[in-house]
Write a protein that binds this ligand. Structure first.
Ligand code: GDP
Ligand code: MG
Length: 163
C-alpha cells in the first residue's frame, strides 16, 4: 500500500487546489467561498515518480449549515491516525489566523509528521506569511503556489524522507 499524505488547514487556504495539483485531475471541488469540500477525497499522486495517496479534508470548514463541524473534525482525526504525513497548509498572503493556531495545537497532539506548507506564495505578497508560518513550530515552511504549480519540487524534498 502506498503512503498516505493528508492535507489539513482552515478553509480557503488552497487545500483542494493542492490536492488537484498533486493528483493531476479536478477531483476536489475548489470554490472561492470556501467550505465546499464536504468530505474527504482521496487520490493517487506522483511526485518525482514517487507514488502516494493524497487525502483532501474539510475538518475545519464549519460554515456549511448541513454538516456538523464536530463530526467533520472527528473524520479528520480518523484520517490522521492512518496517515504517514500531514501537509499543514496556510495562506501566506493572509498570514496566520487564530484558527491556524488552533489547528497547529491540535496537530501537535497527533502522532503524525507534519510538513508546513505556505501556499499562495507566488510573487512577493506571501513573504511575511512564510515567516509567520515558521513560528508555528513545524520547521521550515515549504513556500508553494498550488494554483501556479510553483514549489512542488521543494514539497517533494520535504516529503520524501518522511514517507
Ligand atoms: P480550501 O478551502 O482550502 O480547499 O481552498 P481551495 O483550494 O478551495 O482554494 C480557495 C481559494 O484560494 C480559491 O479561490 C483558489 O483559487 C485560491 N488559491 C488556491 N491556491 C492558490 C495559490 O497558490 N495562489 C493564489 N493566489 N490563490 C490560490
Ligand atoms: Mg477544499
Amino acid at each position: 500500500m502506498s503512503a498516505q499524505v493528508i492535507i489539513i488547514g482552515r478553509p480557503n487556504v488552497g487545500k483542494s487546489t493542492l490536492f488537484n495539483r498533486l493528483v493531476g485531475k479536478k477531483l476536489a471541488l475548489v470554490d472561492d467561498q470556501g467550505g465546499v469540500t464536504r468530505d474527504r477525497r482521496m487520490g493517487d499522486a506522483f511526485l518525482a515518480g514517487m507514488p502516494f495517496t493524497v487525502i483532501d479534508t474539510a475538518g475545519w470548514e464549519d460554515d456549511d449549515p448541513e454538516t456538523l463541524p464536530g463530526r467533520m473534525r472527528k473524520q479528520t482525526e480518523v484520517s490522521v491516525e492512518g496517515a504517514d504525513a500531514a501537509l499543514f497548509v496556510i495562506d501566506s498572503r493572509a498570514g496566520i489566523t487564530p484558527l491556524d493556531e488552533e489547528i497547529a495545537r491540535w496537530l501537535r497532539q497527533q502522532d503524525v509528521p507534519v510538513v508546513m506548507v505556505a501556499n499562495k506564495a507566488e510573487g512577493k505578497a506571501g513573504d511575511g506569511g512564510i515567516m509567520d508560518a515558521f513560528a508555528l513550530g513545524f520547521g521550515d515552511p515549504v513556500p508553494l503556489s498550488a494554483e501556479h504549480g510553483e514549489g512542488v519540487a521543494d514539497l517533494f524534498d520535504a516529503l520524501w524522507p518522511i514517507i
